[in-house]
Structure formats: structure tokens, C-alpha cells
Write a protein that binds this ligand. Structure first.
Ligand code: AVI
Length: 300
């Protein structure tokens, strides 16, 4: 992990993987972002799920195992229990610890559902030998897929198609391309929570790698890259400075950038063809009146 971070910093165009956003403070800051007026994805997805939940359940049909990717506090996944009535719920995330706490309280509420927490890094191939032959419904909400490059998203979809063995499918939320002003506001909120979320990654690195980033000399920079249809988040050096860590250092000019995140936005057509290109047979989509966000079910 330390080698990965240092290699990223030493690149000609320095970058830090967005997975390092989510330390304890970062996870809370992201939660706060989801409540912001400017950050429409979370509440828009929730509205779509509430309005079309029954229609989705009809299309999905019987659900044997519900696999919740990036489950976090399991709130979104458990909201599907009443409509999908899975026999088993498998919550997957980078850290199992957090999941186990969430599952312990859910289990009391839904004793009929067998529940299990499993560590899972979506950058790596997923295998579920114990679930072979069972109908699996994957759930990947929140437009987290937007934080993957399209090639990596295609790879993840192909992996899900393979694991589904011609049965089940994927219920997924994705943010749509829209007016630039709306996109830009969502990543440049007036309260500065997204700025804090972005800068906190440096504090996380100071702990992990013993770097000496001084937050006073870095600023949040988020723009919509129209050509690549993605929001790019960067940290911009406000002066010429040297950042050091045990065994190394790097000079940053004033204005130099560290790339911290991409958040791809899709058109409905592009997203559906990505799913079909991965091998899904059928795609059903639901959206909100503004067409800000899309929830799709792709059957394997
Ligand atoms: C987690 N992910 C879908 C968020 C996004 O919108 O790409 C992370 C985020 N970054 C800044 N604000 C929210």
C-alpha cells in the first residue's frame, strides 16, 4: 500500500487512488456530502428506488442471494429486503469490520435472511465458489461505478456476468451527463465539505506513509472534463513546495496538481451498451423527471 502511494506521487502526473479517501473522517465527510443540497445523486437515486421499487422487483423476479457491492452501512441493500425477499444477503466491502456491525443489527430485524459479511476489492476478480448454481442478484448503487474508468467498469460487469452463470443479474445506479453547472456545483459545494473530503486524503497519507503534506498549501480543484465525460478532482499546490516522507521527497511547483478522483457520467445509451457489451442479455432502466440519475437492471 505504501509503495503504491509513493509510486503514485512520483509519477509525472501525480495521483492518489480515491480508495484512500475513506478513512474514518473521510467516510463521515462522504456521508455529509450525500446530504448536501448540491449533491443530487444520493437523494435522486433514492427517489427512483422508491418510485419504481415494485416495478424493479417484478423485473428481477425471485432473488435467492442478494450481493451488495460496497455495502457500507448496508442501508441501501437492506431497503430491498421487503421487495426482493432474498434468502441470503451477502454484504461486500473493503473492510469487513464495519459490515459485521451493520449486519449484527440487521439480523435481529430480519432473522429469516441468512447474512454474511465478506471482504472484497472490486479491482480484483470476484469468485463465489459457495454460491455456484444459485440465483444471484448483484446490487451496486450510488454511481460508485463512475469512479472506475469505462474499461475497468466493463471488466467488472464481465466478471458479474460470469459469476451469474446465466441467471440473476445486476441492479445498478449511475449518474447521467447533464448541464455542466449542476455537475460542477455537486463537486464544489458552498460549505466546503467536498473540499474537506478531498484534502483529508493528505492527512490520511500523512498517517499511512508519514508524508508531511501541509494542508494550508493545497487547495481543492474539481472540474468537468467534457471530452471524457467525467468530473476530475485534484489537489492543487498553492506554492512551490517539497513534500517529504521516510526515504524520499517530491517537489511541487505552485499550481501543480495531484489527481485524486474521476467520477464518470454516462448517457443512458452509453451505459446500456456498456452492460450489453459485457454480456448482459437485457437491460431495463428507470430515471427521474430531470434525467439526472439512472437505475438499471441488467439480466445475465
Ligand atoms: C462515491 N462516489 C460515487 C462519489 C462520486 O460522486 O463520485 C464520491 C465523491 N467525490 C466527491 N463527492 C463525492
Amino acid at each position: 500500500m505504501i509503495d503504491e502511494i509513493i509510486a503514485g506521487l512520483l509519477q509525472e502526473q501525480p495521483s492518489i487512488s480515491p480508495k484512500f479517501f475513506y478513512d474514518e473522517i473521510g467516510s463521515h465527510l462522504f456521508e455529509a456530502i450525500t446530504f448536501l443540497e448540491e449533491y443530487y445523486p444520493t437523494r435522486t437515486e433514492k427517489q427512483i428506488m422508491m418510485q419504481y421499487g415494485e416495478a424493479m422487483a417484478l423485473v428481477i423476479g425471485k432473488c435467492d442471494v442478494l450481493l451488495d457491492l460496497g455495502a457500507g452501512n448496508c442501508e441501501k441493500g437492506s431497503a430491498l429486503f421487503n421487495s426482493l425477499m432474498p434468502k441470503e444477503y451477502r454484504a461486500l466491502d473493503i473492510s469487513k469490520e464495519f459490515l459485521e456491525q451493520a449486519i449484527a443489527s440487521l439480523q435481529k430485524e430480519f432473522p429469516q435472511i441468512q447474512m454474511q459479511a465478506q471482504t472484497c476489492d472490486l479491482q480484483e476478480e470476484m469468485v463465489f465458489p459457495d454460491l455456484v448454481g444459485r440465483k444471484k442478484i448483484f446490487f451496486y448503487p450510488g454511481s460508485s461505478i463512475g469512479n472506475f474508468d469505462p474499461d475497468a467498469a466493463l471488466g467488472l460487469f464481465k466478471n458479474i456476468v460470469k459469476v451469474c452463470e446465466g441467471n440473476g443479474g445486476l441492479l445498478i445506479g449511475v449518474d447521467l451527463v447533464k448541464e455542466h453547472k449542476v455537475l460542477s456545483r455537486a463537486y464544489n459545494d458552498a460549505l466546503g465539505i467536498t473540499e474537506a473530503f478531498n484534502k483529508n486524503i493528505l492527512l490520511h497519507l500523512n498517517r499511512l506513509v508519514k508524508t508531511d503534506f501541509d494542508l494550508e498549501h493545497w487547495e481543492h480543484y474539481a472540474i468537468f472534463n467534457e471530452q471524457l465525460a467525467r468530473i476530475e478532482m485534484h489537489l492543487r499546490s498553492t506554492q512551490s513546495q517539497v513534500v517529504s516522507w521516510p526515504g524520499g521527497q517530491k517537489h511541487f511547483d505552485g499550481g501543480a496538481l495531484i489527481h485524486t478522483e474521476n467520477s464518470y457520467k454516462y448517457t443512458q445509451e452509453k451505459f446500456e451498451s456498456l452492460l450489453v457489451g459485457a454480456g448482459f442479455k437485457n437491460v431495463c432502466s428507470w430515471t427521474d423527471p430531470n434525467r439526472y440519475f439512472l437505475v438499471a437492471y441488467a439480466s445475465a
